[in-house]
Design a protein around this ligand. Structure first.
Ligand SMILES: [Zn+2]
Length: 438
């Protein structure tokens, strides 16, 4: 019998679709076997007639398995989804939710090694080498953005600066002194950075920055362009969520045509969030993921709530793992304004295209009588801020018209002076909803 493909070699081995599917099936059976050790999945899977891994005969059998949701994870707190002996667990990550009950993901050493390999593969895809100096400006600790990228960059052999988030001046000093070439941050932090760099006595030219991995919150193509132009760097989109380890689930390669989702580590499905029916490629839907290389906390058909599209066709880089487009929003981010569905990302897409608009904006919702009132507050780009009232009125109307064309609602537009809206160092809070919920 052929020896099982080691995870490390899988990317190479799974070059054609058939080999990938065979590998996925083998791994899925193993994952279902692990999952059946948890009280949660034992109950769920037995109900649909799956009692052992042998009940999974083809990838089609995946559809028999019910979805797992974030609420399931919360209800299983703290150990209901632990599939291995606690002695084998070497790390735990939790993510806090709005309800206060966190979701818990346990990792064995092998789980962590596999995660690290995924991160190595991801950053290699965008051209990082052992010669790079990597400054990780994501929060360390329970948030997986810190440790996840950290271990991957170290394994690759890059010089890692574990600066964590915050303290912009110190970040800049480190960047300058150690000739940092690659950073990892949220898009909001990069914007914050760009507004502070001059004030703190630094210039982009004296830094040695070449690349940034940006993730942890959705952002538009125009935001990417703005950051690339300001810092004169390449920005790569990164996707991950703590339930699926953290960063390293999907990553852009140098061609920036969508993020390769590592299909030897995750089974990718796309569903209609309402009907829960599977969707084909090229249709926007909710991403559903099944872990294939995790022992301590296997998750089957996990509903990520992230909306994306599978990109059709082959990537020029030659990688065969399918690509997903940038995250358009989360199913639970969707705003219903006067009966119309609007994603904050649609608003961002429009306003970031307008050159006079700076880096910061806020979406404000309130009630006016029975009606919903949408106000979009935008900060102006300092270099174009003239204060001429006629110009400002014209700009306001332009923003209003472009927003109406995209979201079908006519919002109020408020223009703000540069630096006057609240700034965020980690994840930005762009939406303020003051409507009374009935
Ligand atoms: Zn590619």
């Amino acid at each position: 019998m052929k020896e099982k493909i080691a995870f490390r070699d899988a990317q190479k081995e799974c070059i054609d679709g058939q080999a990938l599917r065979k590998y996925q099936l083998e791994r899925l059976k193993e994952t279902v076997g692990h999952a059946l050790r948890t009280p949660f999945y034992q109950h769920r899977l037995n109900k649909v007639g799956i009692r052992s891994s042998d009940d999974i005969r083809s990838l089609k059998d995946l559809e028999r398995i019910p979805f797992t949701t974030k609420d399931d994870l919360r209800e299983s707190y703290p150990r209901g989804l632990l599939a291995t002996d606690m002695k084998k667990v070497v790390r735990v990550h939790t993510s806090s939710g709005t309800t206060g009950i966190p979701t818990v993901i346990y990792h064995t050493q092998e789980d962590l090694d596999n995660w690290t390999e995924l991160v190595v593969r991801s950053i290699v895809a965008c051209g990082v080498t052992s010669d790079d100096v990597f400054q990780n400006m994501m929060t360390y600790g329970m948030f997986t953005g810190g440790l996840g990228l950290h271990y991957g960059a170290e394994r690759l052999g890059a010089l890692v600066i574990p600066s964590g988030s915050g303290n912009t001046k110190r970040q800049l000093q480190l960047m300058k002194d150690f000739r940092t070439t690659v950073v990892h941050a949220t898009p909001s932090y990069m914007f914050h950075f760009s507004s502070k760099i001059g004030e703190l006595g630094f210039t982009v030219e004296e830094l040695n920055l070449k690349k940034a991995f940006l993730g942890a919150e959705p952002y538009s193509e125009n935001t990417r362009k703005k950051i690339e132009e300001f810092f004169k760097i390449d920005v790569y989109n990164s996707y991950g969520l703590s339930e699926m380890n953290g960063p390293g689930v999907a990553f852009e390669c140098i061609y920036k045509t969508g993020m390769h989702l590592w299909e030897d580590a995750y089974i990718l499905e796309m569903i209609d969030p309402e009907t829960k029916k599977n969707l084909g490629d090229d249709t926007q839907g909710e991403l559903v993921l099944t872990t294939l290389c995790r022992q301590a906390t296997p998750l089957l058909r996990y509903r990520t709530r992230d909306l994306t599209t599978v990109v059709k066709g082959n990537c020029p880089c030659g990688r065969t793992h399918r690509r997903i487009s940038r995250i358009a929003g989360r199913t639970d981010d969707m705003l219903i304004i006067s009966g119309v569905n609007v994603f904050p990302s649609q608003i961002e897409q429009v306003i970031m295209k307008i050159p006079e608009v700076g880096n910061n904006y806020q979406i404000y919702l309130a009630k006016e009588g029975a009606l919903d009132k949408l106000t979009v507050k935008v900060e102006l780009y300092s270099k174009l801020f003239s204060g001429d009232l006629q110009d400002l009125e014209r700009l306001k109307r332009k923003i209003q018209d472009e927003l109406r064309a995209s979201i079908v609602i006519t919002p109020m537009v408020e223009l703000h002076e540069p630096g006057s809206l609240p700034e965020f160092e980690l994840k930005a809070k762009r939406v303020v909803d003051e409507r009374i919920k009935i």
